[in-house]
Write a protein of this length. Structure first.
Length: 223
């Protein structure tokens, strides 16, 4: 029980050997770039697994679907609009962009495009749920790895870390609060949520915090 509480109490992204000194830099360390790309690949692969489970999309996609229903714009345009709006919200939160902020969507989209073709699909809901959980775990691990690289978060992760600094709440609580709020808003305006959507909103915060705690325990020898 105490270990669970320690995971949920994490408030800061840890600094490890691949952490860049500053997110906004013209010449980031090669090791930071390497782990950034590794994290994004794992993150994208997790989303591909989640899509293959066919039990619902991520909360932010539900919001984009809802906006599409209300406005008639294509899903591609609404995804871009949501990302742009989130970046605008960075300003009062004093978030600093970096390399990841630029390349995040491109790398993740490419990984999903390539990997989803090779992933199995199931008709049994138990197998689908298990597949969705595996996808969420991969997403959490990928998020932890690339955030620790400190080369700027993706738009939505930047909102999470920014709100954490303002509220001083643990990262797991902030992430879960965001995801659940987005699901409710997206669903209320016409987006489609499924079992995997709810699983994502509930588990992504604690699993991301757990992945960071595990990586810190594994690599931080200064403790």
């Amino acid at each position: 029980m105490m270990k669970i509480m320690n995971i949920l109490s994490l408030k800061r992204v840890p600094d490890l050997f691949w952490t860049a000194p500053t997110p906004f830099t013209i010449r980031p360390p090669a090791i930071s770039i390497l782990f950034l790309l590794l994290g994004l690949i794992v993150f994208g692969f997790g989303h591909a697994i989640l899509f293959a489970a066919n039990l619902g999309v991520s909360p932010w996609m539900v919001l984009s679907q809802g906006i599409t229903v209300q406005t008639g714009y294509s899903i591609g345009w609404t995804i871009l609009a949501v990302s742009a709006l989130v970046l605008v919200l960075w300003w009062p939160l004093k978030q600093v962009p970096g390399l990841d902020t630029v390349v995040n969507s491109f790398v993740v989209a490419a990984v999903i495009e390539v990997s989803i073709k090779f992933l199995p699909t199931f008709d049994d809901i138990v197998a689908q749920s298990f597949q969705a959980l595996i996808g969420i775990i991969f997403i959490a691990i990928g998020t932890a790895v690339y955030l620790i690289a400190n080369l700027g978060p993706g738009p939505r992760d930047g909102l999470m870390t920014g709100l954490q600094k303002v509220t001083d709440l643990p990262l797991a609580y902030v992430r879960n609060g965001l995801e659940l709020s987005i699901v409710i808003v997206g669903w209320s305006i016409g987006g489609t949520a499924g079992i995997a959507t709810l699983m994502f909103a509930i588990f992504i915060g604690p699993l991301t915090a757990a992945a960071m705690q595990f990586l810190r325990h594994l690599f931080d020898h200064s403790k």
